[in-house]
Design a protein around this ligand. Structure first.
Ligand code: KIV
Length: 273
C-alpha cells in the first residue's frame, strides 16, 4: 500500500505544522470520528485528523452542526485518539460551549483534552471570541481557528454560499485572521472563500492557513473524509473531489452478501465449523 509523501515515523505536532509552512510543504488534514476509520487514515500519513463537529451531519444525520454536544464530541475524539500513532488530533468545541463565556470555553477545552486525550481544539470565529481563545491558551491548550463559512453560524448567514466575496467581509476576515495569529492560535481553517482572498490571508500569516473550498494557494487542505470517499454523495459542492465511490462499493458488497444468504451460498463449508 502506498503512503503519503511525508515523514511517517515522526508524530505531528503544532510546531511541525509551522515548520511545514516555513518550508512550503503542504499540510494534509481529514476528518475522523471513529476508531476504525481513524486507524486507516493515520496509516496513510495524513498530518492532521480533525474530529469535526461535522459528525453532527455525517455520523448523526442532523441538518446542521449545532445539535452535537460536548459529551458526544468527547466520545468521538476518544475513539479517534485510541487509533492514532502519528497524526495531530484536533477537536471542534461544539456550538454553545465557548461563545460568549470564556469560563465555559476553558471548561470545555479542558474536558476535551483531559477526557479524550486529543492534542488541540478548534473554534469558529474571530475577534468576537478573543476572551475565550485567550483564556483557553492560558491553560496551554493549542487552538486552531476557523474563518469564512463557519457552519456554527449558518442561521446568521442563511446560506452555505461562498463567504467574503464583498470587500467589507473580506477585510474583516483578514483582520480576524491576523487577530487569531496575534492571540496565539497555531493554525486556522479557511472555509469556502475566494481563492485570491485565501492566498492573501496565507501570505499575511506566519501560521498555516488550511483551506476547504479556499483554492490552492493556502498552506494545506482539509476535506470531510466521508465526502472525499464518496460515502456521502448527496452533498457535492464543487470543492469536493471524490477519490472513491464507497457508497457504490458498500452497496454492491452488501447486495452480494444478501444474495448469497438468500441463495444459501453463504456460509460455505470452509466458512463453517
Ligand atoms: O467540522 C468539520 O468537519 C470542519 C471542517 C469542514 C473543516 O470544521
Amino acid at each position: 500500500m502506498s503512503t503519503a509523501k511525508s515523514s511517517k515515523d515522526k508524530r505531528v505536532t503544532t510546531h511541525r505544522l509551522l515548520e511545514m509552512k516555513e518550508r512550503g510543504e503542504k499540510i494534509t488534514m481529514l476528518t475522523a470520528y471513529d476508531y476504525s476509520m481513524a486507524r486507516i487514515l493515520d496509516a496513510t500519513g495524513v498530518d492532521v485528523l480533525l474530529v469535526g463537529d461535522s459528525a453532527s451531519n455525517v455520523m448523526a444525520g442532523h441538518e446542521t452542526t449545532l445539535p452535537i454536544t460536548l459529551d458526544q464530541m468527547i466520545y468521538h475524539a476518544s475513539s479517534v485518539v485510541r487509533a492514532i500513532q502519528r497524526a495531530l488530533i484536533v477537536v471542534d468545541i461544539p456550538f454553545g460551549d465557548y461563545q460568549g463565556n470564556s469560563r465555559k470555553a476553558l471548561d470545555s477545552a479542558i474536558r476535551i483534552m483531559k477526557e479524550s486525550g486529543a492534542h488541540a481544539v478548534k473554534m469558529e470565529g474571530g475577534t468576537e471570541i478573543r476572551e475565550s481563545i485567550e483564556r483557553i491558551l492560558t491553560a496551554g491548550v493549542p487552538i486552531m481557528g476557523h474563518l469564512g463559512l463557519t457552519p456554527q453560524s449558518i442561521y446568521k448567514f442563511g446560506t452555505y454560499e461562498v463567504r467574503a466575496k464583498e470587500e467589507a467581509e473580506a477585510e474583516k476576515l483578514i483582520e480576524d485572521a491576523k487577530a487569531l495569529e496575534s492571540y496565539g492560535c497555531f493554525a486556522l481553517v479557511l472555509e469556502k472563500i475566494p481563492s485570491a482572498l485565501a492566498k492573501k490571508v496565507s501570505d499575511a500569516l506566519s501560521i498555516p492557513a488550511i483551506g476547504i473550498g479556499a483554492g490552492p494557494d493556502v498552506d494545506g487542505q482539509v476535506l470531510v473524509t466521508h465526502d472525499m470517499l464518496g460515502i456521502t454523495q448527496e452533498f457535492k459542492p464543487r470543492f469536493i473531489r471524490h477519490y472513491a465511490d464507497l457508497q457504490k462499493t458498500i452497496h454492491d458488497a452488501v447486495t452480494n452478501y444478501l444474495n448469497d444468504v438468500k441463495d444459501k451460498n453463504f456460509p460455505g463449508k470452509e466458512e463453517s465449523y
